[in-house]
Design a protein around this ligand. Sequence first.
Ligand code: GDP
Length: 300
Amino acid sequence: MATFGTLSDRLTETFRNLRTKGKLTPADVDGTVREIRRALLDADVALLVVKDFTAKVRERALGDEVNKALNPAQQVVQIVNEELVAILGGQQRRLQFAKNPPTVIMLAGLQGSGKTTFAGKLAKQLEKDGHTPLLVACDLQRPNAVNQLQVVAQQAGAAIYAPEPGNGVGDPVQVARDGVEAARRQQHDIVIIDTAGRLGVDAELMTQAADIRRAVDPDEVLFVIDAMIGQDAVNTAKAFQDGVDFTGVVLSKLDGDARGGAALSVASVTGRPIIFASTGEGLDDLEAFHPDRMASRILD
Ligand code: GDP
């Protein structure tokens, strides 16, 4: 997983300077908060999130818990850690399963965000856990998308429901409905619905995704976002939240040289938890997301 190299290095440097001090003056705290603020902004964390984060850190760092601490600098590091965990969503959130199977999981996100790859990864992981997922191909926009999901399904050893080739463009909403019906008939306990993505947020795409959501009433709507998209993360996430009201986030490409901005912005801006981290092109490169572990990685 990404080390958040620069962000991590800069925070380490900031704390190293802080540790040279004994008691902390308000000026020391302000200087530290200013450095943290710059490091976060340079890592593409959204301004709104940075402001909120640094205000909380500052308030706590100037308060009694630091004043009375045996090691004030260490206490400030602890506060930064706790606040990082908080903006990453606090507690780990696991996938939610339906009481009455099949559990329906719908995927949404921009084209190239890693949806199809994630569909395969999730299917493989769920199979390992004894589930019998069915992948449903509802990206009928790109000619090659169904084929791509078929390849991924085969690699994952998972079943797939896809419209017959040559049947025209087809109706993705109907395919989603039929896919869930097929899962019920064939006793698959989980349905994973891959939907169309465009290069940019687009009204038609959102309407289609919202129609699919309404038609199949999913237990989870997972928004897959490329961790490398930086400052665009917030607007993209908000557009998808307005459009499909997702229940959780998948951060993909965390193995790349992501600066950390998307990871640190999306959960806090949308109020939706990050559930998975996708960390490579291989189908085994998928991890459950732990806010506390991610914070430790950043502050390591
Ligand atoms: P979709 O258009 O959203 O379905 O995206 P794809 O699943 O087709 O992924 C787009 C590209 O990103 C492909 O080349 C994938 O191999 C690659 N990819 C997907 N997830 C990851 C990841 O976690 N890490 C890396 N490095 N590449 C990924």
